[in-house]
Design a protein around this ligand. Structure first.
Ligand code: NAD
Length: 245
């Protein structure tokens, strides 16, 4: 579905991001994955040996416009185009308002929101120079309902929905589609870090009866990146088993 296309997946070293990387590679794309550290990027690349000619790794500071622009230019130089950006890197929070420091709040805004802005800008500049492309952001079910602690996390995901819908309108004239995927509870390290009783309580409220797998989310990223979604832009696609809370 993506033969000949080139994709960058931020936070592609594990969890949902790694599932997106694999899905895009299986479907013929060239893929650059990013991570926060060289070691984790190399560990991920070591698991993708069968695709070694079509995959590369990068570890720019996602909030630094120059580092990101240079990294993305190196992707276009290696593979010849820059067609898909999956803004997946993210961190979560459960800190109560009473304990939240400004430093912790700023950190989550940086990685979950500022990085989406910086990476989208760098990608759009490259896509505008060719015949368009697409950007897919990672929202969350919490962008519907909020959550009972860690207010910084839903704050960023509501903002991701806002930037998605806005950039879809702004960039359509340049042939760039912008969408988001909003996962529900998905079995990754982020969920493994939650208390068991919290996961059990959330799972009990999922009409499909179980948490999603990273591959369920990656399938949505594949659809939105593919030509099957050529008339789809400005959408936040829920992949959450119809969870309501
Ligand atoms: P994860 O913790 O397993 O992976 C996060 C990825 O982001 C890693 O590759 C990590 O290297 C990268 N990352 C984190 N901080 C970074 C930084 N400062 N710079 C660069 N990269 C950084 O998480 P996951 O569960 O796979 O989540 C991926 C995305 O999906 C996130 O945006 C998250 O908010 C979203 N999401 C996850 C769930 C879930 O249940 N797992 C639900 C809804 C939304």
């Amino acid at each position: 579905m993506l033969k000949g296309k080139t994709a960058v997946v931020t936070g592609g070293t594990r969890g949902i991001g790694f599932a997106i990387v694999k899905k895009y590679l299986e479907n013929g794309a060239n893929v650059a994955l990013t991570g926060s550290r060289q070691e984790t990027v190399e560990k991920a690349l070591a698991q993708l040996g069968e695709y070694k000619d079509r995959v590369m790794g990068l570890w720019p500071d996602l909030c630094d416009p120059k580092e990101v622009a240079d990294a993305f230019a190196s992707v276009k130089e290696k593979f010849g185009s820059f067609d898909i950006l999956a803004n997946n890197a993210g961190i979560s929070s459960r800190t109560s308002l009473y304990d939240y420091t400004l430093e912790e709040f700023s950190k989550i805004i940086d990685i979950n929101l500022k990085a989406v802005f910086v990476c989208s800008q760098a990608a759009a500049r490259l896509m505008e120079d060719q015949d368009g492309g697409c950007i897919i952001n990672t929202s969350s079910m919490v962008a519907e309902y909020g959550q009972p602690s860690g207010c910084g996390y839903p704050a960023t995901k509501f903002a991701v929905n806002g930037i998605t819908r806005s950039l879809a309108r702004e960039l359509a004239k340049d042939g760039i589609r912008v969408n988001a995927v909003a996962p529900g509870v998905t079995n990754t390290d982020m969920v493994a870090a939650l208390p068991e009783e919290m996961v059990a309580r959330i799972s009990a409220g999922i009409p499909l009866g179980h948490p999603g797998e990273p591959e369920d989310v990656a399938n949505a990223f594949l659809y939105l990146a593919s030509d099957m979604a050529s008339y789809v832009t400005g959408v936040v696609l829920r992949v959450d088993g119809a969870v309501m809370n």
